[in-house]
Design a protein around this ligand. Structure first.
Ligand SMILES: [Zn+2]
Ligand SMILES: [Zn+2]
Length: 148
């Protein structure tokens, strides 16, 4: 999906939900998301936009991320109470996550065998999958080492 297609999806969503107010700043948030690589949190996206000279409120960044999630353009991962991270939901390989509950580190992995299992299960259940991501919670090697 290119930037135009993504903008189109967001604009249709805004129109459908009657949230057309401040559309330009919302498109700016989308643009910043499209430029991001990997995972990010709302706060760092906000600072990145502010430091690059964008006039935007923190609230707009947060609620636009929610809108982008609603229309499937970003995936949101909630780890602890106050820690959510986002990533683009398209243009990236199908991958899964190992999440450290101590330091919040997020390790991505791709595993063809796992993907094939998912395909088998969906075929068995006659289910048409749209997206999926396995999240494994635990303790990373660094944190385990620090304990000893
Ligand atoms: Zn850790
Ligand atoms: Zn990821």
């Amino acid at each position: 999906m290119n930037a135009e297609a993504a903008q189109d999806i967001l604009q249709k969503h805004l129109r459908a939900s009657g949230k057309l107010r401040s559309t330009p700043s919302r498109l700016a948030v989308l643009e910043a998301v499209l430029q991001s690589q990997g995972h990010f949190d709302a706060e760092s996206l906000y600072y990145r936009m502010i430091t690059s000279g964008k006039k935007i409120s923190r609230a707009t960044v947060y609620n636009t991320l929610d809108l982008l999630q609603e229309c499937g353009l970003v995936s949101k991962y909630r780890f602890a109470e106050h820690s959510s991270r986002y990533e683009k939901a398209f243009g990236r390989p199908h991958h899964h996550h190992l999440i450290c509950l101590e330091c919040g580190d997020l390790i991505e992995f791709v595993n063809d065998r796992l993907n094939r299992i998912q395909e088998d299960v969906c075929a068995e259940k006659n289910f048409s999958p749209q997206s999926s991501s396995l999240q494994v919670f635990g303790t990373c090697a660094k944190c385990r080492k620090a304990r000893i």
